[in-house]
Design a protein around this ligand. Structure first.
Ligand code: SAH
Length: 367
């Protein structure tokens, strides 16, 4: 059977040419784009403003959705984690994080991850495959429908972070395509200024992003101030060591526009990368490369069976104070959704220990 076209991953002009190929007028394409991306309908049968005969032809040639929600977990802090499955049965995880001013959705760019960061549970899955643009967009459609109700407009807009499973810069073209679809005014209308993408440091793609005008904010995961330690914690460092990475960061920083955010992330592992000496090394490293980017300290989220513990609060504060004293703006990120394995580095399609707070395909708050 011919593979059906995934319409969630097509831009509005692409859907228009797709329907024209079926002998339909252009306005039908615009109508279908809005049905998927603005009304967040997940099947052609729900698009009752389309002629029945067209709906049945669409069902044969295309899909309006491909991910299925497998389970949903709700944290005591309101964070929601969705474990979904692709068409071919692979896990995809997405996290909805309610916040005071504007809610955030953390999406995945790959099923599993090929990088072998020793402090991250996703690494244990290995790479299953990169997600398609449609699968990236769909995660957001599903999370919004669940959190606010089907098709209900997010009351205060939505922020996105590409910090779920996978390395976004190893799926660069699909990522940018998905972000452009989501930025469309007649669809989700989530503009790049509301999006932050985190990379472990794929240097050529950082340089590529520097040339993209409609780009999201960028965050770089450091986790160590020296090559010796970073090689151990993030083996990708052997391919692109700190010197090369920070040179690319400097080049990127020089292309920043007013209001654009560029940050470093540093996961705090007790007794491993959190000493006063390491804080000074980190500050000197960033200052030596004339980088002005802020540093986000992320307390490690425990993820059995990984051999790490989070740094104690006073160690984190001391680390922050040293960075600040050397002119580096530093924030400490508050962990969210740890109890449901929804926090950074905890996404590994976990199902087994969580039955207590698991609700299968139930309807979300807001309905
Ligand atoms: N591959 C990308 C995006 C996913 S990780 C990257 O490496 O940036 C998103 C962030 O979570 C990264 O900064 C990573 O260092 C951090 N992280 C990974 N495992 C973690 C854990 N167990 N606790 C806290 N942060 C973690």
């Amino acid at each position: 059977m011919k593979e059906r076209v995934e319409l969630t991953g097509l831009s509005q002009p692409e859907i228009v040419s797709f329907v024209e190929g079926l002998g339909e007028p252009a306005y039908r394409g615009r109508q279908i784009f809005a049905a998927i991306q603005h009304r967040r309908l997940r099947s052609f049968d729900e698009m009752t403003d389309l002629p029945k005969e067209l709906r049945s032809r669409l069902n044969e040639a295309a899909r309006a959705s491909s991910l299925k929600i497998e389970s949903r977990y709700i944290s005591s802090d309101g964070t929601r984690r969705y474990l979904m499955k692709t068409n071919d049965g692979l896990p995809v995880e997405t996290v909805f994080i309610p916040e005071e001013h504007r809610d955030t959705i953390c999406f995945s760019s790959q099923s599993g991850c090929p990088l072998q960061c020793t402090f991250c549970l996703t690494a244990q899955l290995g790479l299953l495959r990169s997600l398609t643009p449609g699968e990236i967009v769909e995660q957001i459609l599903i999370a919004l429908n669940d959190a606010y109700g089907d098709g209900v407009k997010p009351p205060r807009g939505t922020n996105l972070v590409g910090m779920g499973a996978g390395e976004p810069f190893l799926n660069f073209d699909s990522l940018l395509k998905a972000l452009r679809i989501m930025a469309d005014q007649s669809g989700l209308y989530i503009v790049p200024n509301r999006v932050t993408i985190s990379t472990a440091g794929i240097v050529p793609r950082i340089l590529d992003l520097a040339k993209v005008s409609d780009r999201p904010h960028l965050a770089i995961s450091l986790a160590a101030p020296t090559d010796v330690l970073r090689n151990e914690l993030m083996p990708i460092n052997k391919r692109w060591p700190l010197e090369e990475l920070l040179k690319a960061c400097r080049a990127f920083e020089q292309t920043l526009k007013p209001g654009e955010r560029f940050t470093f992330e540093y996961v705090m592992l007790a007794g491993v990368n959190d000493s006063e000496e390491q804080a000074r090394q980190l500050a000197n490293l960033l200052n030596r490369h004339s980088l002005r980017a802020k540093v986000n300290l992320i307390p490690h989220n425990p993820a059995e069976p990984l051999p790490y513990r989070p740094s104690p609060d006073d160690t984190v504060t001391q680390f922050k104070n040293i960075l600040e004293s050397k002119g580096i703006h530093t924030y400490v990120r508050r962990p969210r959704g740890r109890d449901i394995f929804a926090a950074c580095g905890q996404l590994a399609a976990r199902q087994e220990t969580l039955n207590a707070c698991k609700e299968l395909n139930t309807v979300g708050v807001g309905n």
